[in-house]
Design a binder for this molecule. Sequence first.
Ligand SMILES: *[C@@H]1O[C@H](CO)[C@@H](O)[C@H](O)[C@H]1NC(C)=O
Ligand SMILES: *[C@@H]1O[C@H](CO)[C@@H](O)[C@H](O)[C@H]1NC(C)=O
Ligand SMILES: *[C@@H]1O[C@H](CO)[C@@H](O)[C@H](O)[C@H]1NC(C)=O
Ligand SMILES: *[C@@H]1O[C@H](CO)[C@@H](O)[C@H](O)[C@H]1NC(C)=O
Length: 582
Amino acid sequence: MAVLHKATVVFLPLFFAAAAAQFFQNPYMGGFSFDNGFGGAPAKKGDYETHYKGKWELVCNNSGVSAMHLVLMPNNKAIMFDTTSSGPSNIKLPPGHCRIYKEKNETKKDCWAHGIEYDIHTGFIRTLKSFTHAQSNRSRPTSGVQLVHFLQMGLLCRSVGSDNGGRAARYLSPCDTCDWTEYPTALSVERWYASQQILPDGSFIVVGGRRQFSYEYVPKPGQSNPTNFKLPFLLQTSDAVEDNLYPFVHLSTDGNLFIFANNRSILLDPKFNSIVRELPQLKGGARNYPGSAMSALLPINLHTQTTPPPARVLICGGTPHESAKLAVDGHFLPALRTCGSISITSPTGKWRVETMPTARVMGDMLLLPTADLLLINGAKKGAAGWGSATDPNLEPVMYRPRKPRAKRFMKLRPSAIPRMYHSTSAVLPDGRILVAGSNTNRVYKFSGVAYPTELRVEKFSPPYLDPHLALYRPLIVSSFERTVVGHGEAFSLRFALADVVVELSDLKLTMYAPPFTTHGYSMNQRLLILRAMDLVMVGPTMYEITWVAPSTAAIAPPGYYLVFLVHRGVPSEGIWIRIRIQ
Ligand SMILES: *[C@@H]1O[C@H](CO)[C@@H](O)[C@H](O)[C@H]1NC(C)=O
Ligand SMILES: *[C@@H]1O[C@H](CO)[C@@H](O)[C@H](O)[C@H]1NC(C)=O
Ligand SMILES: *[C@@H]1O[C@H](CO)[C@@H](O)[C@H](O)[C@H]1NC(C)=O
Ligand SMILES: *[C@@H]1O[C@H](CO)[C@@H](O)[C@H](O)[C@H]1NC(C)=O
């Protein structure tokens, strides 16, 4: 049984008394944000100003399994897993649940867990079974990390990858006793380090993988793909050290797929399996594994007359082309500091290059409830791979696309814990960021190395969680949890906001698809700025806002989303809704 605790969704510090006095004294009031037409209706009053650089909290000393892969499920459980080839973890499977496997004619038993479910509210950990087919193929040292690709859809999470299970699709539902269901021969070929993306009809495409210059669509459970679609672009973008794995795949608002590998990108029409066009090259170096940059589809603003709504992709960091090769010999080149962004809906889109305050490889790029972005984790030198990086980048950076160029990046409070290769992070419904993992070693190593395997889990509070702004945080009171929403349908949502006069232009509704994150790439992540229609006051501190769900499945593919109400830059807690299959 899936259990969702409504009560956990609503706890906000609302100070009813003395609020009016604070309203006038608060030094954080009154900042104006410049709107460059990207990311929301112009806010008349502007966002509340804050100089808060964030806060780190250590929430778990021992997650048992290091979070090489991380996904937040709609029952507020975070799934963390690595690979069975990572050796003994720090948490055992329950008695009688060990993984039995064959290695060189010998029957072996592994009783260490390689996947857990972590309750984001209570910290409770439940082990998940290990994949029966996931074994290390030791005859291929460079693929000793058996990667599992994870597909998230509606109630289900699916994954593909992993040695004998390299063709497998795996499913996991969000419930207190659910575990993996495996279909070992779903894909036509083994796909290590491939990317996946949900499509408008709710199916998934899987693109690339080591020495796989093709893509395919995940078949229905129990079926096997006899063949796949060739994509020579993936062969052309493969360097001596690859630099084209985990290609960045984003579903554009017109239904085309943006596919970026190394320093080139194409638009693919999945309906006809045809390449629409190639976009200009992005200068500066390698952006895909092991040159692991970060990438996201920038927030899609639905307050627009344009059909389809404009879509832009952002790519930040990465490495020079030589990095991964030199890192193997212990020579660590500085990572890239450049970001490129490009319109993928305009046929004349060109890269616009900006510079981050610090270099970053293997970082995560997360879309925040406010429609800003967070760059977190990773290293300043080296590349992705075991022991291939140094100089952890401890300092998250916020990127605010609606600010003038010179003000877009903001450095935030650093963590004390290095998070490099195999680290992950996830946006939580309360607006904090779950930060986990990091293992630059082939197997679990807790001492005797520069960067031991990390089992500590942190939560990071971004600037919008400044305690001084808590007063302005809206509280969604509608019991909306898990509502199923159809494309283009109108909805109203009640919220409480004490002693602050609000107008429609002070508010922004955002809708966030939580990604599956691994190796510095958050797949299937998207954030939509919804069209808000009307605002009425229904009580002394109570309002009702009417909004319209995204009009098409290319804009908002089916599945679970978190809806946030943002009041002048201060987000409410998110509530889960589900967009139904059209
Ligand atoms: C983690 O361990 C430290 C040191 O032993 C301790 O002070 C802290 O309370 C622990 N934190 C949690 C969340 O268990
Ligand atoms: C495995 O067993 C088979 C059949 O008994 C034998 O022919 C083969 O040499 C064995 N291989 C190894 C690696 O022990
Ligand atoms: C290991 O990889 C090699 C090279 O790709 C392949 O020929 C072999 O069949 C694989 N072994 C197993 C057990 O999958
Ligand atoms: C893209 O990368 C290739 C190496 O894979 C390099 O030869 C080429 O010059 C790069 N293009 C640009 C514009 O930097």
